[in-house]
Ligand binder design. Structure first.
Ligand code: NAD
Length: 256
């Protein structure tokens, strides 16, 4: 008997229009979730939802994780439309900008933290009440080796936010454990996406390619490497794992 698409479990992915978020959304679609694809990039997000809808189920919502009203209304709308809570939250949206300490403005620091760190709290705060009642769920937060393990030169706000995500993940895992909701994080290393390929605010293609030789597994990671780790963390195979940050970096930080 065919399962109605309306009955699929709900998964929401932030920043799902490109990069790790896109790979994750496509993977969750194949795993049988109704994927709520969200991003501030409408064209890219809609294209990802269309791709998933060829064989699975997805909806696109414009959602800026730095905007509390926007996050609250998307969560409320989806819960009402499908009459169920989210089962999976992937807190992926993130921005990295080069910001040396000299000349750093409060508003530049705040901007990174509003998106990278506080954005995760906004989505969890909006979706957790119904998840708690359902007594199940899994949340994955994208941290980074930059901040969690090492410091990234001239990226203090980013590194601080990513270290903060590790603390956020661990504390939330303790708070939600009684309601059988697991919360874990991933600290990716060098991953071949637009963020890392940005020559001004990150490494750029040339430097990224060259960096592969310093990675013990001798390659730059792919968005799919992270999506696959997320698939494991949300699966029953990880049912005893919560409050952990899993480093996925080809051995890079282990070799330092
Ligand atoms: N690429 C890497 O090497 C790497 C390494 C470590 C951690 N990460 C983290 O993984 C996550 C995904 O990174 P990526 O490499 O795919 O980046 P990316 O730049 O390719 O994609 C980031 C996505 O976040 C979205 N976004 C930005 N601001 C937003 C906002 N205010 N609201 C909603 N969405 C917003 C963007 O539109 C984009 O779709 C980020 O949190 C990033 O910090 C990436």
């Amino acid at each position: 008997m065919a399962i109605s698409k309306r009955n699929l479990p709900l998964a929401i992915v932030t920043g799902a229009g490109i990069g790790i978020g896109e790979a994750t959304a496509l993977t969750l679609g194949k795993l049988g979730y109704r994927v709520i694809v969200t991003d501030i990039l409408d064209k890219e997000g809609k294209a990802v939802a269309r791709k998933i809808n060829r064989s699975g189920a997805a909806d696109f919502y414009h959602m800026d994780v730095s905007d509390t009203d926007n996050v609250n209304s998307v969560v409320a709308e989806v819960e009402k439309k499908y009459r169920k809570p989210f089962e999976v939250i992937i807190n992926n949206a993130g921005i990295a900008k080069t910001m040396p300490l000299k000349g750093m403005k409060d508003k530049d620091w705040d901007w990174i933290h509003e998106v990278d760190l506080k954005g995760m709290m906004r989505l969890c705060r909006a979706a957790a009440p119904k998840m708690r009642k359902a007594k199940k769920g899994s949340i994955v937060c994208l941290s980074s080796i930059a901040g969690y393990t090492v410091g990234w030169d001239k990226h203090i706000p980013y590194s601080a936010a990513k270290a903060g995500i590790a603390g956020f993940t661990k504390a939330l895992a303790v708070e939600l454990a009684a309601d059988k909701i697991r919360v874990n994080g991933i600290a990716p290393g060098l991953i071949w996406t637009a963020q890392a390929l940005d020559p001004v605010h990150s490494m750029g293609p040339k430097m990224l390619k060259a960096a592969a030789s310093g990675v013990p597994l001798k390659r730059i990671g792919t968005a799919q490497d992270i999506a696959d780790t997320i698939s494991f963390l949300i699966s029953d195979k990880a049912s005893y794992i919560t409050g952990q940050i899993i480093t996925v970096d080809g051995g890079l930080t282990g070799a330092l």
